[in-house]
Design a protein around this ligand. Structure first.
Ligand SMILES: Cc1cc2nc3c(=O)[nH]c(=O)nc-3n(C[C@H](O)[C@H](O)[C@H](O)COP(=O)(O)O)c2cc1C
Length: 337
């Protein structure tokens, strides 16, 4: 039997980029993959939309960037036939390396149609996994929370394993908690110890120290979401491709931010691409909160360049590269061309 995608990627070191609606789009996935992410996960995609909507292979949420390979497509839904067909389409249209079932989204949009609601009906979740498995010949996985409003993840994970899930990701909060409180990594470890399949842990990993600590908690891999926004270097450090002490300076941050802008405008077009970047740009400069206001209101590529130049000048950053990143000007030329 050939080794599945997850088993193959788990033989490499590093961290996993979390699915994040509004963030883990093609540009962010590309930056994470270039820095050595073990794999990346798409934003959640409605299986109904793929099967019954007008969507096709050109759907931005699903379509891969040129050359993308290690990308899992996440689907949400609650109907076995729809998820089976959705999985087939995610595979043929988007070239998914594996298909993940969303069992963690608490937002109203998903209520009654899957997401974290499935934690209340684990038997339905198992039927969904079985239907998806029968439909595609790639790994099928699920991403769960600890439970709806109390810890139920061990029972849910064991059921999903029996249904044929190749891997389970656990976000260490209940659905009722949404994003409040701290992720419970003891509970994640409990789930990891209760099943044979690999368990990936998710929640509140923002620094390399925390990442290393969580890697020792019995999970097969650690997933990073919010902590990776504006910080793709975390993946390189986690994978051992960059020294842990090699903290990016402002110049490198500006070059990476510009590259993100370039990928975004290429993917979405200039106007939408820049609007999408407003929430991301300040995250590249967390230690310059005084620039936040300017960074969230940029309208044109010229604005981006001038603001970053002023930011660099104000921080007295010399134009040096201690990494192979092209120069700031070269990056800007790429954005412009
Ligand atoms: C803005 C945002 C969007 C998210 N979208 C998804 C999603 O589409 N699918 C999913 O399974 N989890 C989603 N999550 C949850 C994350 O994948 C992750 O489990 C959670 O944020 C905890 O990890 P973190 O502290 O590293 O961000 C989202 C989280 C955020 C903050």
């Amino acid at each position: 039997m050939t080794q599945g995608f997850y088993a193959q990627r788990l033989s490499h070191p590093g961290a996993v980029l979390a699915p994040m609606a509004g963030y883990s789009d093609a540009p962010m996935r590309q930056l994470a993959a270039e820095q050595g992410a073990r794999w990346t996960v798409s934003e959640m995609i409605s299986a109904r939309g793929l099967v019954l909507g007008n969507e096709g292979p050109d759907l931005n949420l699903g379509r891969p960037y040129s050359g993308e390979t290690q990308r899992v497509v996440q689907l949400f839904g609650a109907e076995p036939d729809i998820l089976a067909e959705g999985a087939r389409r995610a595979l043929s249209w988007f070239g998914a390396a594996a298909i993940d079932l969303n069992m963690g989204c608490p937002v109203p949009k998903v209520k009654g149609r899957g997401g974290a609601c499935l934690l209340q009906t684990p038997e339905l979740a198992c039927t969904l996994i079985g239907a998806m498995r029968a439909a595609v010949d790639v790994d099928v996985s699920a991403k769960i929370r600890l439970g709806w409003d109390s810890m139920r993840a061990v029972e849910v994970a064991q059921g999903l394993e029996a249904a044929g899930a190749a891997l389970i990701t656990v976000h260490g909060r209940t659905s009722a908690q949404r994003y409040n409180g701290e992720a419970d990594w003891d509970a994640i470890a409990q789930v990891a110890a209760s099943v044979q399949i690999p368990v990936v842990g998710s929640g509140d990993v923002k620094t390399l120290d925390t990442l290393r600590q969580r890697q020792r908690s019995g999970v097969a891999a650690v997933m990073v979401g919010r902590g990776a926004v504006g910080n793709p270097w975390l993946f390189a450090q986690a994978a051992g491709l960059r020294a842990e002490t090699d903290v990016p300076n402002d110049f490198e941050r500006a070059a990476a931010a510009l590259r993100h802008v370039a990928l975004n405008t290429e993917w979405y077009g200039e106007r939408r691409g820049l609007i999408q970047m407003r929430k991301v740009l300040p995250q590249y400069f967390p230690h310059h909160p005084q620039w936040r206001e300017s960074l969230v209101s940029l309208d044109t590529l010229e604005d981006v360049q001038h603001t970053l130049e002023r930011l660099l000048a104000s921080s007295g950053t010399p134009p040096v590269t201690h990494t192979p990143a092209p120069s700031f000007a070269t990056r800007y030329d790429q954005v412009r061309s």
